[in-house]
Design a protein. Structure first.
Length: 603
């Protein structure tokens, strides 16, 4: 057994990362420390200064591990990696794991290409982004290619010229200058690429001017449909440019601007990507497990987790207030970028105004997100609370199991079980049963059989709901008495129109309010378990239908069987078919046709 006090004595004085685990060995918290001995011991000393979150965590710590590092910087990197790997319950977690597209210009090639990528490589190419709107990226690339005939192929141009390769279709339709023909100089091609880089760098005026010229040219030559296309592109580009505008024109370097809003156990962080004084995109992130965490630690957790995963790091990160490990993070990001990276907390002026704008966006999103969560809560946990009160249960039922029986004219009786964990469908726990001991259409005994088989596996639920009335409840109660089990048991009964009406047990009948969240919750369970049974029963029935008499005929496999059934619309049609009609079926030959023909004639 792990002796926490003994292991606390063995903690080293070095920096490193500590890993807290619960009784099942699950990682519940990962943290870093300048001095492991001092930091880890703090958790197990007097708890009067601990937050409720830390108190809850400490109660669940059964053991801990630690990893020593050579520096606090290494500890921070390792901490981020372990949080991503284990996603511990008590850490502040970044829910989203997004990657963003960039536009790459391969200036490291003799005849550069322009295309979309997801990763930045140190290959000498130029990268623009990140962009959060994939449609805007595609529109930008399409517009550039419409104006500039840049090659899109990956071929080795020098080898193509040497081997006198024929140019592709793009050359013939004037979508490419055709450097593979050897008729385009590197200097001439470079001038075009310089224009593209200028446009991607935020200087769209020239691009707009070229589009206007093309629109005018098409109109003068009565090509009005083409002119309309250019008109629409100009309008789209104007819209993009307008959205990107910032009043603070002095912000001319690449920056990310970060601000946060929080409510209860959730926080929303907004980040605006500013490139060359224009907003090229913005994104929001929801952080979980922020209860009792201060803004400094929440923003610090976000910044570390976010930038450890990003391909592109800006020269400047503007954030609304100081964060944990700010200097260490600056050093790590500078090393990754290959140049200085600054994290700034503006106190006044243009940057402060920009941070305030981002924060307002975070507040607005979190309000919408909270409303959405509230509705989800009312439909799940809220409904469970109503159910607890209505049925007078001791606790809110965490695990609910529901059972149903399906058969057709008493044949192939099937039992199904669906499971709801904390008010949500838990599909990996769903089960199906073939009724084995009951002959004929007896729903009561069939229900009793499948519930008894289920309870034989242990791990009892908090509540069982049967699709049926008092008869099903009484049958299952006999099983409970036989096994010595005491689990809340209710039947879900329906009205004359076959709609959920209420709940019933041996002594009580409760009609549900059709406008309540509880009614929607219970009727959803009843529909789910019924559909699950019916779907399985249909699949068995379909297998029986497809497993027909044709399977007994030599030379008739799955393909020939399907072809025969499709052509003759069933077994009866095949029985009545002539030898010639059978042989003329797709995949059939004379021998297989004789086998089918003779099989049914003998019968």
């Amino acid at each position: 057994m792990f002796d926490i006090q003994e292991h606390l004595k063995k903690l080293p004085d070095s920096p490193g990362v500590y890993i807290m685990k619960d009784i099942s060995g699950n990682v519940i918290y990962v943290g870093k420390a300048v001095v492991l001995k001092n930091r880890v011991r703090q958790y197990f000393q007097s708890s009067k200064n601990h937050t409720s979150k830390v108190k809850s965590m400490v109660k669940n710590i059964s053991s801990f591990e630690y990893i020593m590092t050579d520096s606090e910087t290494e500890a921070l990197i390792l901490e981020c990696n372990l949080i991503k790997r284990y996603r511990p319950k008590y850490n502040v977690l970044l829910r989203d794991d997004k990657t963003y597209p960039y536009i790459k210009v391969t200036v490291n090639e003799n005849y550069p290409r322009v295309y979309k990528v997801r990763k930045i490589k140190k290959d000498g190419a130029k990268y623009f982004g990140p962009y959060t709107n994939i449609t805007a990226v595609n529109d930008t690339l399409e517009t550039i290619r419409e104006i500039y005939p840049i090659r899109q192929c990956r071929i080795d141009i020098d080898r193509a010229i040497k081997n006198k390769m024929r140019p592709c279709l793009n050359y013939h339709i004037k979508k490419c200058m055709g450097p593979c023909t050897g008729n385009v100089s590197k200097e001439e091609y470079k001038l075009m690429i310089d224009d593209v880089i200028m446009c991607l760098s935020g200087k769209e005026d020239k691009l707009m001017e070229l589009l206007s010229e093309k629109m005018k040219e098409c109109a003068e030559n009565f090509r009005f449909e083409e002119a309309a296309v250019y008109r629409d592109r100009i309008k789209s580009l104007e819209g993009i440019v307008e959205k990107q505008k910032i009043d603070n024109t002095s912000l001319d370097i690449n920056q990310d601007v970060i601000a946060m809003a929080r409510a209860n156990n959730e926080a929303c962080v907004q980040i605006f990507f500013v490139r060359n004084g224009k907003i090229v995109g913005r994104e929001h992130f929801i952080l979980e497990g922020v209860m009792d965490s201060d803004r400094k630690s929440i923003l610090g957790s976000f910044t570390k987790q976010f930038y450890m995963e990003q391909e592109y790091i800006p020269k400047e990160i503007i954030i609304e207030e100081e964060i944990e490990d700010q200097q260490i993070l600056e050093d790590i990001l500078a090393k990754r970028k290959g140049q200085k990276v600054t994290i700034r907390i503006p106190k006044k002026g243009e940057k402060k105004s920009l941070v305030e704008m981002v924060r307002k966006n975070a507040v607005e999103y979190l309000e919408k997100f909270s409303d959405m969560n509230k509705r989800k809560y009312e439909k799940s946990i809220g409904a469970l609370e109503e159910l607890k009160n209505l049925l007078e249960l001791d606790e809110i039922p965490s695990r609910i199991e529901s059972f149903d029986i399906s058969n057709i004219q008493g044949v192939d009786s099937i039992g199904s079980m669906v499971v709801y964990t904390d008010g949500k469908k838990d599909r990996k726990e769903y089960r199906r049963f073939k009724v084995e001991t009951v002959i004929g259409p007896n729903d009561y005994d069939s229900m009793a059989e499948i519930v008894e088989r289920r309870l034989g596996h242990g791990n009892y639920p908090d509540l069982i709901l049967l699709d049926g009335g008092k008869g099903q409840v009484n049958a299952v109660k006999k099983v409970f008495r036989k096994l010595g089990v005491d689990i809340p048991l209710w039947g879900m009964y329906k009205d004359d129109r076959h709609r959920t009406k209420g709940l019933v047990n041996e002594t009580n009948e409760i009609e549900l309010n059709r406008t309540s969240n509880l009614y929607r919750f219970v009727s959803g369970i009843q529909e789910e378990v019924h559909n699950y049974a019916i779907t399985y029963h249909r699949s068995l029935r379909n297998k029986k239908l497809t497993k027909s008499e044709l399977d007994n005929i030599p030379g008739i496999g799955e393909k020939r069987k399907k072809a025969l059934l499709s052509k003759f619309k069933g077994i009866d049609g095949i029985k009545e078919a002539s030898m010639e009609e059978l042989a003329d079926t797709e995949g059939m030959n004379k021998k297989s046709a004789e086998n089918v023909y003779n099989f049914f004639r003998k019968k």
